[in-house]
Design a protein around this ligand. Structure first.
Ligand code: ZN
Length: 486
């Protein structure tokens, strides 16, 4: 199985499957959750029967039991008790049930591929499992290249299969804005389209209806969607739609080259803060999750240094410099988001200007260790996604023909990441990790899968299992067992 469960006890007894599977769902589940879990089990079971001669006498039932027990166990905990007559999956929360169903699918998938059809049998076993970290994420940049909701739903299926639970959706950048806005329609009418060098228009945006389809799909799979609106830098698409938000307004266009723009949102204009508060209200209304990501990475400060309004803000607020102006700017929005009961995440640059302990830092620069220590010592919760290990736009092997950019990060590199380096005196601040997929060099779904799979599988085990010693070859065998399942 992958991720490997914490406790798995196979029993001596084995059994042949019945041609009929009975699924009993607990009444608390929504109709769509019921549908998702039942159809996942039914499709796996019917494939199983292609590989095993069924036992016509004994029907088999799978019961899904949800028994909330707050505070006793980590979120996502589940148990499976499997015997010849029935299998019971029990969990304290809905994600736990999803994890249990995914584990059972993997066990059936492996059993079906072992032995001969007339002698293959299913194991009886007891299993208890839970995640080591609450944050096990996968990121997707739909700004540099646009991927529609059908591709995103496939992405969510891969995530659910290996118990990843946070989908970080990068919706805005210099090269394109990707979210339909009722309040500020020029964002998607203008900001979603860039003129390529050959004169053609490239772009697209996710309609609110499509976003809801993604959100529903993710919820059924126990996955929370975390939207990212990247500010105050990486904002050319926003400035193309609303140029007055810049320090020095002119006709802007979404960038048609990779890299970052020196034009950013002005931190000296109150109208910029008001615009962002209204925009964030709209985003928070659409996305029901606990977290919103506000970027904060790679913000060139040239414009702020020249801008009289930004300089006046620095003087009036008694700020030390432009780094502290960025922290002040973010604080205005953190306070606004927290009033609505939500939490803000930012890339680790947010720590540079003396931020308070409220925002969650996503530690990406270099090996992520310095940023994690800085977050920890400042009392901020943090998530790790080190640039040199968990950026899946990097090449996955040394072959010169391997797609991707920057450096090389192999599956072995991913699996070998030493999580101990990110633990300090208060381990509760370390929420977990994720891999990021920037899409400058990824323009279609085939390449998308190539870059994510199979490094994603090793990353998923890393943050679910957190085993102190890991054997790559052993994990590789389990990765191979998944073939045909995803
Ligand atoms: Zn300014």
């Amino acid at each position: 199985m992958l991720p490997k469960p914490k406790k798995y006890h196979p029993l001596k007894e084995t059994f042949r499957p019945s041609p009929l599977l009975i699924i009993m769902c607990c009444p608390q589940l929504s109709a769509s959750a019921h549908r998702y879990l039942s159809s996942s089990l039914e499709s796996s079971y019917s494939k199983l029967l292609d590989f095993m001669d069924p036992d016509s006498e004994t029907p088999h039932s799978v019961s899904l039991e949800l028994t909330p027990r707050k505070g006793k166990r980590p979120g996502g905990h589940y148990k499976i008790v499997s015997r010849p007559q029935d299998t019971v999956i029990s969990a304290q929360d809905y994600p736990g049930l999803v994890h249990g169903v995914q584990s059972l699918r993997q066990i059936w998938h492996k059993a079906a591929r072992q032995g001969k059809k007339d002698s293959a049998r299913l194991p009886c076993f007891d299993l208890e499992d839970w995640p080591s970290f609450p944050w096990r994420g996968l990121h997707l940049d739909t700004s540099r290249h646009y991927f529609d909701y059908k591709v995103i739903r496939r992405y969510l299926d891969w995530m659910a299969a290996v118990k990843l639970n946070k989908f970080h959706w990068h919706l805005s950048d210099d090269q394109g804005w990707r979210l339909e806005s009722k309040r500020f329609p020029r964002l998607h009418e203008v900001g979603a389209w860039r003129k390529e060098e050959d004169g053609s228009l490239y772009g697209g945006f996710h309609t609110r209806k499509q976003v809801r389809l993604v959100l529903d799909y993710a919820r059924d799979r126990g996955i929370e969607v975390v939207p990212e609106i990247d500010i105050p830098g990486h904002a050319m698409a926003i400035l193309a739609a609303y140029p007055d938000l810049a320090c020095f307004p002119r006709d802007f266009e979404p960038l048609n080259v990779w890299g970052i723009s020196t034009d950013i949102l002005c931190a000296g204009k109150d109208s910029v803060i008001d615009f962002l508060k209204e925009l964030l209200d709209e985003v928070l209304e659409l996305f029901p999750g606990q977290y919103i990501h506000l970027g904060g990475d790679e913000v060139p400060k040239e414009r702020w240094k020249e801008c009289p309004r930004c300089q006046r803000r620095i003087r009036e607020e008694g700020l030390r410099d432009e780094e502290h102006l960025q922290a002040w700017f973010l604080h205005q929005l953190v306070a606004h988001v927290q009033k609505r009961g939500r939490d803000v995440i930012g890339w680790d640059e947010i720590l540079d200007g003396g931020i308070d302990s409220r925002p969650i830092a996503m530690c990406w620069r270099g090996d992520g260790v310095d940023a994690a220590r800085m977050a920890h010592d400042n009392g901020n919760r943090y998530i790790i996604c080190p640039n040199n290990r968990l950026y899946f736009d990097w090449r996955y092997n040394e072959d010169p023909d391997c797609p991707g950019g920057f450096g090389v990060t192999t599956s072995r590199d991913v699996y070998g990441l030493d999580l101990g380096k990110f633990r300090f005196s208060n381990p509760g601040l370390f929420l977990g990790g994720q891999a990021n997929l920037w899409t400058e060099r990824i323009s279609n779904s085939r390449r998308l899968k190539e870059m994510v799979y199979d490094r994603m599988l090793y990353m998923a085990e890393l943050f679910w299992s957190d085993f102190p010693s890991r054997d790559f070859a052993e994990c590789e065998r389990r990765v191979k067992e998944l073939k045909g399942l995803l």
